[in-house]
Design a protein around this ligand. Structure first.
Ligand SMILES: *[C@@H]1O[C@H](CO)[C@@H](O)[C@H](O)[C@H]1NC(C)=O
Ligand SMILES: *[C@@H]1O[C@H](CO)[C@@H](O)[C@H](O)[C@H]1NC(C)=O
Ligand SMILES: *[C@@H]1O[C@H](CO)[C@@H](O)[C@H](O)[C@H]1NC(C)=O
Ligand SMILES: *[C@@H]1O[C@H](CO)[C@@H](O)[C@H](O)[C@H]1NC(C)=O
Ligand SMILES: *[C@@H]1O[C@H](CO)[C@@H](O)[C@H](O)[C@H]1NC(C)=O
Length: 373
């Protein structure tokens, strides 16, 4: 924990000195088509891989779109551009190696043009040249594009590692089911091996079964793809995994303040049925933490059967929020073990905290999610 606090202090120092954004993830091409070639890998200097999670931007029409749930004196000067400003600040402060957008990226119900909204919403990530990945929420398709259309647009954007769906599966539900592999440090003997596995899934929008009300869920076809992918990857190495999607699993309701870190003040808006994905995750064994959005006023992490279930908390100013409760984002930093020889080894620990969009980008709720020992 002392080490962790030290990291936070370093990060805070770098905010005040405004070090320019840099990333070791070199994009192999600027035309937006060749970024699938990009190999994510751990940083050589610190043996870290840093992930910024942005949940529920709810972006609409830029400076024409007002904020929701801000203080009365803040309404006059608050729009979607405040969401962009927060994203720029987070990128500068945390220098992530990957930015993950966990859905409701646009609030398409209010967006005049889905493509234009997405272009504006993801613009800070693209400008940073940091690789990014996105999944869909339940609101992304409510404007001029279908879910497939939205995901297709995302996949064609610059510097993104998002994919429409796995190429080796014939039929899968949803759009934006894919995985990313993070290799060991360049020059180490793990440089060609994935030592951290990231899974992205489409948790759907609404039930299409007339007798089942409410939100969507992760279907059997997606779970089968996850199981096969996890199995294949675990044959190569015992890498820990992280999963990102939008709608929380019913198991998120297993916690209260005595056994979770963060706030639970919004209800858990899962599907009304349990599709069994939590059990599938436990069975697969590699995923150590799940990260969702959807319930903007929840930002807790709780651990159940060895798996952390985490919310990021709402990020966007056009998303519903709570007056006086800052918009926020979640960081995850995965650290490698340093061998006596000085070489970086496998993953040693997975830590997380959140940052508030206040004047100091205050970091809160630091915790270790998983450690090798
Ligand atoms: C990138 O892909 C798009 C769509 O597939 C295509 O229209 C465009 O010409 C490609 N650009 C380059 C530079 O290859
Ligand atoms: C939104 O951005 C404007 C312009 O920078 C700023 O004056 C205002 O304080 C911001 N509002 C909030 C709620 O952050
Ligand atoms: C990793 O792959 C590169 C390129 O194929 C090769 O030059 C290098 O020797 C490999 N390193 C290890 C440790 O496998
Ligand atoms: C958390 O604590 C509550 C009682 O305070 C208990 O009902 C619940 O099962 C606990 N959850 C977990 C995951 O241990
Ligand atoms: C930000 O940091 C400054 C200097 O430490 C402090 O005076 C101020 O109260 C902090 N603001 C917030 C909102 O925490």
């Amino acid at each position: 924990m002392a080490r962790f606090l030290f990291t936070i202090i370093i990060v805070l120092c770098s905010v005040s000195s405004f070090i320019l954004v840099s990333t070791q993830g070199i994009i192999s091409s600027t035309n937006g088509n060749d970024t699938k070639q990009l190999q994510l890998r751990f940083d050589k200097k610190k043996g870290e891989f840093r992930i910024l999670q942005v949940a529920d931007m709810h972006y609409a029409n830029g400076n024409k779109t007002p904020c929701k749930d801000v203080l009365p004196n803040q309404f006059a000067h608050c729009t979607d551009l405040n969401t962009s400003a927060f994203l720029n600040r987070m990128i500068k402060a945390e220098k992530p190696d990957l930015i993950v957008f966990t859905g409701d990226n646009i609030f398409a119900h209010d967006a005049e043009d889905a493509a234009a909204s997405m272009n504006a919403a993801f613009a800070p990530a693209i400008a940073s040249k940091i690789p990014w990945a996105a999944v869909l929420g339940n609101h992304d398709q409510e404007s001029t594009l279908s879910r497939k259309g939205v995901m297709n647009h995302i996949v064609g954007m610059k510097n993104t590692l998002s994919k429409l769906n796995p190429s080796d599966v014939d039929v899968i539900d949803g759009f934006g089911n894919y995985n990313l592999e993070v290799n060991g440090v360049e020059g180490s003997n793990l440089m060609n091996k994935s030592i951290l596995n990231l899974y992205f899934l489409d948790s759907g929008d609404y039930s299409t079964v007339p007798s089942i009300r409410g939100y969507g869920w992760i279907k059997e076809s997606q779970q089968l793809w996850f199981q096969q992918t996890s199995k294949k990857l675990q044959k190569i190495s015992k890498a820990p995994g992280l999963a990102y999607f939008h709608i929380p699993l019913p198991e998120y309701a297993s916690f209260d303040s005595s056994n979770s870190t963060g706030v639970n003040q919004d209800g858990i808006s899962s599907a009304s049925v349990n599709s069994g994905f939590f059990k599938t995750l436990v069975e697969a064994g590699d995923v150590k933490a799940v990260f969702t959005g959807h319930d903007h006023l929840n930002d807790f992490c709780g651990k159940l059967t060895g798996i952390n279930l985490c919310y990021a908390g709402g990020f966007g100013y056009h998303a519903y929020g709570k007056v006086g409760w800052s918009r926020r984002a979640r960081m995850v930093v995965v650290s490698l073990e340093k061998k006596p020889t000085g070489e970086w080894g496998a993953v040693k620990s997975i830590k997380t905290w959140k940052r508030l969009d206040d004047e100091n980008l205050t970091a809160i709720d630091g915790q270790v999610l998983w450690s090798q020992y």
